[in-house]
Write a protein that binds this ligand. Structure first.
Ligand SMILES: [Zn+2]
Ligand SMILES: [Zn+2]
Length: 172
């Protein structure tokens, strides 16, 4: 069996340029690849709303990958520690099943997609699990709870075991 990193405690691998990511009992940081943009978010409710995987065509394409790993944070609980002025946005509604415009905020320097906001999620931002600095959190407090658009998932990619599956959009 392949070795995995010890995630019984906070774990900050060399991932991008920033070395100042942190986590505590209530909050943690999410940083772009070049370190310019850093966010602070809550790791439990009420500020943390949900955690989900999404295989929709939009998430597939915009991550340049196969799916997106997302978590939803109330805007009232989300802090831009630095780099807000270095974010650029791209919005469109063409491929969104709900028809709602989704606005995506990227780091201008390194292209990391930090979060999306949409009419379907008023007052909330959808952050990316992959930007979280403490890799232990993806196994613990930020473990995905639901996987949506599983019918769009590549056949060679397994669904998340033990996670509620939704063929289409869970949230609409
Ligand atoms: Zn960056
Ligand atoms: Zn999606």
């Amino acid at each position: 069996m392949a070795a995995t990193s010890d995630k019984s405690k906070p774990y900050f691998p060399l991932a991008g340029i920033a070395k100042d990511g942190w986590s505590n009992d209530d909050e943690a940081t999410a940083t772009c690849f070049c370190g310019t943009v850093q966010l602070k978010f809550p790791t439990h409710g009420p500020g943390l709303v949900d955690i989900f995987l999404c295989n929709c065509a939009d998430c597939h394409k915009i991550t340049a990958s196969m799916f997106a790993s997302n978590f939803v944070v109330k805007d009232t609980h989300l802090t831009h520690i630095r780099g807000k002025e270095n974010l650029t946005t791209y919005s469109q509604s063409h491929t969104i099943q709900s028809g709602n415009v989704m606005t995506n905020s990227f780091c201008k320097t390194c292209g990391t997609l930090m979060y999306r906001v949409g009419l379907g999620f008023p007052g909330m931002s959808i952050l990316r699990l992959g930007t979280v600095d403490d890799f232990t959190l993806m196994e613990t407090k930020l473990r995905p709870r639901v996987e949506q658009f599983s019918k769009e998932r590549a056949a060679w990619l397994c669904g998340k075991e033990g996670v509620e599956q939704a063929e289409g959009n869970y949230y609409v």
